[in-house]
Structure formats: structure tokens, C-alpha cells
Design a protein around this ligand. Sequence first.
Ligand SMILES: [Zn+2]
Length: 321
Amino acid sequence: MTQVLGIDVGGTKMAVGIVDDSGEVTHSSIVPTPAQGTADDMWQALTSACDQTLDKAGHPELAGVGIGSAGPMVWPAGEVSPVNIPAWRGFPLRTQVQEKFPDLDVRIHNDAIAMTAAEHWVGAGRGYANVLGMVVSTGVGGGLVADNHLINGGLGNAGHIGHIVVDPNGPECRCGGRGCLEAIARGPGTVQWAVNQGWLPGDRPADGRSLAEDANAGDEVAIAAFTRAGEAVGIALASCAALLDLDIAIIGGGMVQSGDLLMVPMQEAFDRHAGLGFARRMKIVTVGLEQEAGIVGAASLVLQGENYWSPPGEQGDRIIA
Ligand SMILES: [Zn+2]
């Protein structure tokens, strides 16, 4: 049995696990991200989670290490600058992990891309050749599998569905553009829109959970906020389905926990905007894997390397071969 260490680095938690070649996580550790700490605090927390996991598992022989990290990053070198981890700016994460595991192959990709790989391999996308994975949360991220191969793009950024323009007159986006899906549908953007329309959270935090509570209780502004976000996602998905002839779109992230509030207007917008038969056939589902998707996806960069790992150099070699 082949085993790989999977590492998932996010703004709120870091998860490490041993993943076998069937996609099972056999041992894992999850630690909160010391996101306001120093770069070294972050690194110490991550390495102790790695050590804990390896201790629990009895230090098995590993075939490699896979990392999924919040971006942006320089890829495949793996210098990361996660938006929600201010202490890491150009942090050489892949190199540091390589120094900790000098004899192992260490591979890294964007966390939404890793999640897409996991869902394609052993999650809701199993058996489908053309998959869009997306995360609708604080930001909106995504990844692509086409013809059963993970797509990198020129600099490793293919699948950035969050920055597809869905409303040319929409709000400014954190990326510098305007009217991006992320600017409209991300959780904080949805809450802010509701506040601007007069929604009051009372003594609860002004967050997606409070907004969903009120929407479920019939608050019209709260319902409209989720409808607006869902419609924006559905419009973006219609464009993606037409561009890529996708079989399935798999959606995760905090906003999806609002259930039908988001998913129904999303599907309705998709049905309105996707006209071509091949595009309309795309299924839209929620994620099949829970918290472990990040670890499994990271490990799959090694375990499913022939499908998921083709950095620029090797891609060139493969074309020549
Ligand atoms: Zn943008």
C-alpha cells in the first residue's frame, strides 16, 4: 500500500493526514492557524501537526508529500502569499517542506485545485471526466479537471472561476477588476449587500450564519441576498459549461451550508442562461467529501500523479515523448 502525507494550509486551520492509495485518510491532525502570528509561528504549528500525525501513524514509509495551500502562490515553486495569512508573503513553503522531508517528492497546488482533485478522485465527481470544483466562502475559488486530467494553465491558475465577470457594472473586486463573481457571491460581500439594503443582525455577528437564519425565517432582504449570490454563481457556471463542455460542477464552502437559499436560485439562473444542449446537461451538486478533501487532494498530487501532476517542465517532456 502506498501512503502519502497530505498537508492542507488554510486561513483558519491547518490539516495534515496520511492518505493511502484508495483515498482513505488513516491518521490526521488539525490545528488552528496562528494567522496573526509570525511566519515562524505558522511554520512551527505546521511542522508540529506533521510530527503529531507521523507519530500517531508509527512513522510509515511515505511515497511523497502533497500540499494544498491558499493562494496566491508562485507555482510550481510553491512560494505562497495566502490572502488570510498576512505573515506569509512569498513564503517558500514547498522548499521548507522539502528540507523537512529531504528524501521525498514534495508537490504543491492551490487549495481549491486540490479540493477539485479530491472530489474527482473519490468524491462527488468520481466517474466523471470533466469536472469544475468550486468553493464559495470568504473568497470564491475553483479548479478544473478536463478529460480526467487536472488543468494547470500557464502559471498554475486555471479554474479561477471567482474572477469570471458576471456583472460588468457590479462592485469592484479585491483582484482589481469589477463585477467578478467573487465580488458579488463571496460570503462577506453577500452580508455587506444585505446590510446596505437595511438588514440588521441584532446582537448576533453580521455573518452568513445570521443572514441564513433570517432568510429561513422569511426576511425578504436576507432571502434576496442569497438569491443575488446564487444567481451570480449560476451565471458563471453557465459560461463555464459552455466553454468547457463539463459533466459536473461540485460546490463547497461556507455559503453552501445555506442550502436551498443559494442552490435553488443558482440552478434557476443556470437553467436560464445555459442554452446549448451540451452545456445544459451539466449537473450541479454539493461536495461529497467533508473536511478531509484538502488533505486527500493534496496527497492525490502524488498518489494520482499521472493524472494530476504535470508542472510546466514535465508537460514539455510529455509532449516531446
Ligand atoms: Zn476579481
